[in-house]
Ligand binder design. Sequence first.
Ligand SMILES: [Zn+2]
Length: 233
Amino acid sequence: MILNLKMKIKTYKCEYCEKKYKDEKIFLKHKCRFKERYENKTKKINQLGFLLFEQHHTLLQGAKIKKTYGDFVKSSLYKLFINLATYVLETKVLYPEKYLNFLICNKIRTQLWNKDVSYEKYILDLLEKESMFDGVSRTLKLMQSWAIKNNDTYNNFFKKAPKPLIYYYITQGEISPWVLYCSKSGLNFLKSLLDEEIEKLKPFINPFSWRRKLIINKKEVEFLTDLFTRENI
Ligand SMILES: [Zn+2]
């Protein structure tokens, strides 16, 4: 009888990269990029990156099968979406899912996804195309949060908030031209700007196209003018 002297040696396998170890201590210290990506699963950036990755998959493939976080971790697009999520959080991108949609529909190169030049194009498109309701409600929310922070009333926003702050919000798409052009304090703010300031804001407030837009949308303009007069905005 031949004895089988071969000892059964226990091995440890990393479930993420499949690397095998004989020594448990070394195995426990093992690090790899996939393991790290898994460990970051609950981080805000990873959650958002995964959400956008899923949306991208749905948009491009009309996906019937949902992507899992595991698919994301192993995907060659992982870094792209983590970078995009980082940009979205740092820049406080308005409606991240709409932004991704814009990038894809306009075939913007992935290298430019986290660049201000692309975000500005998106903002200009958003301000032009969004509904009056969406633009006005976003602006009113901004005015309200300013009022809370400054212990003031929201209708004082254009009258009292620092000019550079309002200017900045306009360039970030936070303030809709619907409010600027249909409220007394909004128009007064525009009047208070210097020529060179107006010149820089032009893409965002597009006076030429908005003049036409306001003429065409008479009912909306009447509604807003009434509302803003009543609210003393
Ligand atoms: Zn591993």
